[in-house]
Design a protein around this ligand. Structure first.
Ligand code: NAX
Length: 327
C-alpha cells in the first residue's frame, strides 16, 4: 500500500470546502489507491472552528478507507507542516462597501502569512493551488512570500473558467463536452478572462467552423466571463460544487498527468506570449505526473493580443496595488 500524503485545505469549513473534502478522501483527486491525511485550516473565530469540527465529524462518519488522519487548526504552520499538496480556498470575501483595493490588501496579508508558513514548514515538493479570490494575485503573493519553494509549485485556479468554456461551446455545437479539445482561457480569473477557441477541436473538426463568429464574440466570451455572476443570481450564493470540482480536476491532472490534453492553469510566466515574467496568468498547459508544461508556440492574432492585454492590464494593476506589501 502507498504511504499517505498530506493535503492541506484552507477555508475548510466554507461552502467550497464542504464540496471538496469528501471528494479528496474518496480518491478522486490523487487516485483510489492513495491514502491522505487532511490538514484543515480555518479562522480562529469560534463560529469557524465549531463549523470545522462539524465537518471533521462528518468526515469520520463516512469511514473513508483512504482517510489516514484529519487535523483541524487555526495555525497555518500546523496546517502546512510537511504538506504535499495545499488547496488555498479561504480568503477574505468582499464586504459591503468594501473597495476592490481594500479587498486586495486584506487578502495580500493572508497570502503573505500563508506563503511564509508554507516556506517554513511544508514539503519542498508541495504543490499549491490558490482558489480564494483574487486567485491569480493571491497565488503571486504566496509564491513571492515563499522564496525557498520552486515558483512553478504555485498555481491559481482557472479550471472553472476552462470547464465553463468547454460546456458552453459543446452546447452550442450540439456535441458532447468530452469531445472538445484544446480549449484555452487566457489571463485573470475575473470577467476580463479571454476564452480562446481558435485551437479548439470537436470530434476533430475546428470548433470555430461549428459556431458563428458573431456568437463567439458577442455572446460566448461575455457569458463565460460572467458565469460566476449568473450563478450568484440564480442560487443566491456563489459557485461551490463546480468550483470544488475544478480544484479536484486541476490537482488530479497536475499530480497524475493529462496524457497530452490541454488544461488551463494560472502559472508563473516565463515571459512568453507577451506576459511579463513572474506574473501568474492563465495559459494552456499539459501535465505529466507532478509537473506542468506551458503549451508553447501558439500564434497570437490581433484580436487575441487585444484581449490578452486587457486581462494583463488588470493583473498588473492588482500586482502594483500589493507590491508595496511585498518588499
Ligand atoms: P466561504 O465564505 O463559504 O468559505 C470561505 C471559508 O474560508 C470560511 O469558512 C472562512 O472562515 C475561511 N477563511 C477566511 N479567511 C481564512 C484564512 N485566512 N485562513 C483560513 N480560513 C479562512 O467561501 P467559498 O464559497 O468557499 O469561496 C472561497 C473562495 O473561493 C472565495 O475567495 C471565492 O471568491 C473563491 N472562488 C474562486 C473561484 C475560482 O475559480 N478561482 C470560483 C469559486 C469561488 O468564487
Amino acid at each position: 500500500a502507498k504511504a499517505p500524503v498530506r493535503v492541506a485545505v484552507t477555508g475548510a469549513a466554507g461552502q467550497i470546502g464542504y464540496a471538496l473534502l469528501f471528494r479528496i478522501v474518496s480518491g478522486e483527486m490523487l487516485g483510489r489507491d492513495q491514502p491522505v491525511i487532511l490538514q484543515l485550516l480555518e479562522l480562529p473565530l469560534e463560529r469557524a472552528q465549531r463549523a470545522l469540527k462539524g465537518v471533521m465529524m462528518e468526515l469520520e462518519d463516512c469511514a473513508f478507507p483512504l482517510l489516514a488522519g484529519v487535523i483541524g487548526t487555526s495555525d497555518p504552520k500546523v496546517a502546512f507542516r510537511d504538506a504535499d499538496y495545499a488547496l488555498l480556498v479561504g480568503a477574505r470575501p468582499r464586504g459591503r462597501g468594501m473597495e476592490r483595493s481594500d479587498l486586495l490588501q486584506e487578502n495580500a496579508k493572508i497570502f503573505i502569512e500563508q506563503g511564509r508558513a508554507l516556506d517554513e514548514v511544508a514539503s519542498r515538493d508541495i504543490r499549491v493551488i490558490v482558489v480564494g479570490n483574487p486567485a491569480n494575485t493571491n497565488a503571486l503573493i504566496a509564491m513571492k512570500s515563499a522564496s525557498g519553494l520552486p515558483r512553478e509549485n504555485f498555481t491559481s485556479m482557472m479550471r472553472l473558467d476552462h470547464n465553463r468554456a468547454l460546456s458552453m461551446l459543446a452546447g452550442r455545437a450540439g456535441k458532447p463536452v468530452a469531445a472538445v479539445e484544446r480549449m484555452v482561457v487566457w489571463g485573470n480569473h475575473s470577467p476580463t478572462m479571454y476564452p480562446d477557441i481558435r485551437y479548439a477541436t470537436i470530434e476533430g473538426e475546428r470548433a470555430s467552423d461549428l459556431v458563428d463568429a458573431a456568437w463567439y464574440k458577442e455572446t460566448y466570451i461575455p457569458s463565460v466571463a460572467k458565469r460566476g455572476a449568473a450563478i450568484i443570481e440564480a442560487r443566491g450564493t456563489s459557485s461551490a460544487a463546480s468550483a470544488a470540482n475544478a480544484a479536484i480536476a486541476h490537482m488530479r491532472d497536475w499530480a497524475l498527468g493529462t496524457s497530452g490534453r490541454w488544461v488551463t492553469m494560472g502559472v508563473v510566466s516565463d515571459g512568453s506570449y507577451g506576459i511579463p515574467e513572474g506574473l501568474v496568468y492563465g495559459v494552456p498547459c499539459t501535465c505529466e505526473a507532478g509537473s506542468w508544461q506551458r503549451v508553447e508556440g501558439l500564434e497570437i492574432d490581433a484580436f487575441s493580443r487585444q484581449m490578452m492585454d486587457r486581462t494583463l492590464e488588470e493583473l498588473l494593476e492588482e500586482r502594483d496595488g500589493i507590491s508595496p506589501l511585498l518588499s
